[in-house]
Design a protein around this ligand. Sequence first.
Ligand code: AMP
Ligand code: MG
Length: 481
Amino acid sequence: MQKNKMFKFEYSYLSLPKKLYSLSKKEKFPKIHITLLNKDLCTKLDLTSNNKKDMINILFNDLNNTKSFSQSYAGHQFGNFTKLGDGRAIIIGELITSDKKRFDIQLKGSGRTPYSRNGDGKATYKSMLREYLISEAMYYLNISSSRSLAVIKTGEKIHRKNIEEGGILARIMKSHIRIGTFEYASFFCKKDDLKALTTYTIDRLYPKINNYKNPPLHLLKTVMEKQIDLVVNWMRIGFIHGVMNTDNTSISGETFDYGPCAFLNSYKPEKTYSSIDHYNRYSYGNQPIIIKWNIARFAESLLPIIHQNQEKSIKLAQSVIDQFDLLWKKKYYEMMLKKIGIQIKDEEGYKLIDELLACMLKNNQDYNNTFHSLSNDYFKQNSSINNLDFVNWKKKWKKNLLKHTTLKKANNLMRIHNPVIIPRNHIVEEAIYQAGKGNINPFKKLIEIISKPYEYKNGLEKFMEPPSANFEQNFQTFCGT
Ligand code: AMP
Ligand code: MG
């Protein structure tokens, strides 16, 4: 690629009412340097060049990013409503791939914006490495997620608890529109602005909704279904998002904002790792309740445009929310049954799942390894999993399973739903620690390993082992670092 070549971004978001965004520029940084570049993603996005020099040119060339902007949004944070907005991120443009797919390219940690409040608009290098790793792990685990194109060192020292190196993440999403964007438009803008946002969102993400009689109502239903699918998938692999505020719940159904997230080791529904989640609001087991709560906030923000009569509007929105519990139950258990090799659509097997989870809780069993052990010989002999309750459960399970399928078919089903490798918290911490000291190789090695999460190989045992009890008790995650 030629030096300074103009990269053609689009800016469809800027067709929206001006209150929904602010044109914002990144700050000047002393010495930007890409330490990680996602070549696989470059190819997927049709970026013809995938070397670091060209990428710096695409991401940081002012000629390319003439209309970069940050988005306005509000959100319920731990239940409280607040005005927010991109305080440390700008969208440098929208990229259109050859198959006509549109993606936001966002720089996170690129400096102050009109929404920064008292923040510095920056991010630590280490927290951006963490987001890169986990978002890529989620992608390879087959879970809808934002993706990470590159991590950049800014050459700056920034002030947190300690002095830290500054970093930027180049983040890719189908769209950064979130429930909080709708809350902002509904509570702080005119009805026409809310209408414009709704039309834009439908055209961009779900154009088929335009065929329905009441598109806003159908958007509510669609987003509810997307989010149920997403959170069911989080439950599948033991993912705890950690900060499911409405501003971190995407309309596209992509997981994003990986600040305080973590992975479950032993099964415990009330488990939370976040240092600020004092009441376990965002614990593993609360995630279905919270996503329903967030969808109800989405419904509220759409009320002015679902029907002109407020009472009718509430009734219509409520009729959608009322479907949540049944839909959740059905999708959750169907997924969990696949994890034990059974593909049935009736409630007969639900008890089997409840009994397994109760057994795991009682015996402090590792969540992912327990499921994995059902189809893997190495773990079948693992004594920490093989307690009497589990042995008894397995007898019952086998009998039940053989009524529906063969062992071979069940094994195949289990292997695609039960990961061998998840990015366990202690392994991730160690790799980031090494990268922070200047040795990025263990981190790169870990990316390689998490990119094949369903393949069992000898030699990977270290990555499957849960952490020590001491680590598990003391490990905490942090927001907005
Ligand atoms: P998050 O917890 O990452 O979802 O962030 C919540 C809100 O705080 C968003 O509006 C962010 O843009 C903002 N924020 C987080 N960190 C910073 C920072 N260092 N400077 C300015 N705003 C920030
Ligand atoms: Mg956020």
